[in-house]
Design a protein around this ligand. Structure first.
Ligand code: NI
Ligand code: MN
Length: 231
């Protein structure tokens, strides 16, 4: 599976299908691509905040791709004339060659409609995406929580995509603890250096993981860079 970081929390997973997660490109100072250049079969949105929902509606329409998200957000997005797959915690959506399990995240969620009204958009989530025998856990925006241990035990993710930026999410110490609970083989940090409030040196994360003696490979990507994970 080819995993490309598109800056912030946006990733493109490519194998037998193209799975786009949290496509915040317009307004993201580090975005390496424009929304019109993205090809995707499925779009996963962890929660309604603008830095995650991003360009999902536009990309969904252009690619005729469904947006997979929590039920309440799916009801809001369905009004924009896009196909949605509204699901909930613990459930798995099996479609085409992928299986997507929604898991909890400790955060908040709202969405702004076209009139500027702020509406509650259900709970924030994370996803475990299974494709071609590889499992990737995108935590969404979250603090570390002890139930991540269950996510590790039940879904055995190979690769974990997790925030280290602090302020809106866990920071480096929390992210190291999350790896200790989930035990993935590879960790790719995200949600840092997009804005001044989330400035972090990912090398400090790598050092902290090493200092803890965890058997996890930390892969640091620049926006636009890819990592190939093969079993
Ligand atoms: Ni958020
Ligand atoms: Mn965020």
């Amino acid at each position: 599976m080819k995993i490309t970081w598109l800056g912030h929390a946006a990733f493109l997973l490519e194998g037998s299908a193209k799975v786009l997660i949290d496509p915040f490109l317009t307004g993201n100072p580090n975005a390496p691509v424009k929304p019109e250049d993205i090809k995707a079969d499925y779009i996963l949105v962890t929660h309604g905040h603008g830095d995650h929902l991003g360009d999902a509606v536009e990309i969904a329409k252009k690619n005729n791709a469904p947006i997979i998200c929590i039920h309440e957000l799916s009801r809001i997005l369905a009004k924009y004339d896009v196909e949605t797959m509204g699901m909930n915690m613990g459930g798995t959506a099996r479609t085409g060659s992928i299986a997507v399990t929604m898991v909890p995240a400790w955060h908040s969620a709202d969405v702004e409609d076209e009139k500027g009204n702020i509406i509650s958009a259900g709970l924030p989530a994370g996803y475990v995406v299974s494709m071609d025998g590889v499992r990737v856990y995108h935590t969404g925006d979250t603090d570390v929580f002890l139930d991540m241990q269950l996510i590790g035990e039940l879904h055995k993710p190979d690769v974990m995509l997790l925030p280290i930026g602090d302020y809106y999410t866990m920071g480096i110490a929390g992210a190291v603890k999350a790896l200790e609970l989930v035990k993935p083989k590879v960790a790719i940090p995200m949600h840092y250096n997009t804005f001044p409030l989330v400035e972090k040196d990912p090398e400090d994360f790598r050092k902290a993981v090493k200092a803890k003696g965890l058997d996890v490979e930390v892969v640091i990507l620049k926006p636009g860079e890819s990592y190939e994970y093969n079993k």
